[in-house]
Design a protein around this ligand. Structure first.
Ligand SMILES: [Mn+2]
Length: 334
């Protein structure tokens, strides 16, 4: 866009209007050239990995391209402006010509992110249902991955649910589904569960032993009850102790939040309060200084959002924290 005729004050003002200009994620340049990119913002419009509720999760990248344009540009707490620290571009959406067939599409997603890994681009993605996190981690973590230096990643997993349902052979026909990814990334060596943690599990469940599979794999778990006892600071300390200096990936299922701040998510858990936005943001900001290699926000269903698009705005806020954490990491590495 040509803003040459505007003064910088006018520019800053116009750039906070979501309805002005060309919509991209966080108003970043749309540039698919991986050589010109440090942090790649990616849309993953995928819906066929879940399907237990409404399936419009593929509409979320478009919703975020609309709403995220209005978000404030500077991170007050960190004292940084991420866009000035490194090259952050909107890379567009993952191509998924078999979008209706989950187990083919996860391979397409993996191939897409392998290119990012080879180029050293750290991805921050907007899903899509939670099945997208499996192929992203297959591509950027583990023995063949550049971004982790050939080791498994530490996974920092915000969710009301375990997503480790390997005792089920498939999920409505999808084998590498939104309910399975947490298991196969561990058993296939892309994530080290002993350095990883699941945060915010809650609600009544299908069976009483629902956390058994996460324990079998070796994941650490701080469920919502334990979090209420620990509070933000002690939970942050527990995460940092577990992750250490291992390259870490953050996946954020919006259903870990209370439905009052994120009503437009796939699998709502209304019976127990989820994280407040202050708690979630506090936990994310507490990760400052860890070596974050990538992150995602998943499970948003824009067709269920309120007229003021609160879930899209909340997703924007979470993504901004993720972007800022990685920009801060990259700036302190140089
Ligand atoms: Mn979930």
């Amino acid at each position: 866009m040509d803003n040459n005729k505007l003064s910088s004050d006018q520019n800053i003002f116009m750039e906070n209007l979501y309805w002005w200009g060309i919509p991209t994620l966080f108003r970043c340049p749309h540039d698919e050239d991986l050589e010109q990119c440090d942090i790649g913002l990616v849309g993953v419009p995928h819906s066929t990995g879940n399907g237990t509720t409404e399936r419009d999760q593929h509409l979320a990248p478009r919703s975020l391209r609309n709403v995220s344009g209005c978000y404030r540009r500077a991170h007050g707490k960190f004292g940084i402006t991420p866009w000035e620290l490194c090259r952050i571009n909107d890379l567009g959406d993952v191509l998924m010509p078999h979008a209706m067939v989950n187990d083919i599409t996860v391979k397409d997603i993996e191939a897409y992110y392998k290119r990012l890994d080879q180029a050293g681009v750290r991805p921050v993605s907007i899903g899509g249902d939670h099945s997208i996190t499996g192929p992203i981690l297959k591509a950027i973590a583990g023995p063949e991955a550049k971004l982790t230096g050939g080791q498994p990643a530490a996974l920092i997993h915000f969710d009301a649910h375990t997503d480790t349902m390997h005792h089920l052979p498939h999920w409505l026909g999808a084998e590498r589904s939104a309910a399975h990814w947490g298991s196969y990334v561990a058993t296939e060596g892309n994530v080290d569960p002993r350095k990883s943690i699941q945060l915010g599990l809650r609600g009544h469940t299908r069976t009483l032993n629902w956390k058994k599979t996460s324990a079998e794999l070796g994941y650490g778990v701080i469920d919502i009850d334990e979090f209420r006892e620990l509070g933000v600071q002690k939970t942050v300390a527990a995460i940092r102790q577990r992750v250490g200096d291992t390259p870490a990936y953050i996946t954020f299922d919006l259903d870990c939040l209370d439905p009052s701040v994120a009503p437009a998510v796939a699998n709502l858990e209304p019976g127990v309060s989820g994280f407040s936005i202050d708690e979630a943001v506090g936990l994310l900001q507490g990760l400052r200084g860890l070596n974050i290699i990538g992150a995602d926000v998943v499970c948003m269903v824009p067709s269920k959002d309120s007229p003021n698009q609160i879930t899209a705005l909340t997703s924007t806020a979470v993504m901004f924290e993720q972007i800022s954490l990685i920009a801060d990491t990259l700036a302190s590495n140089t």
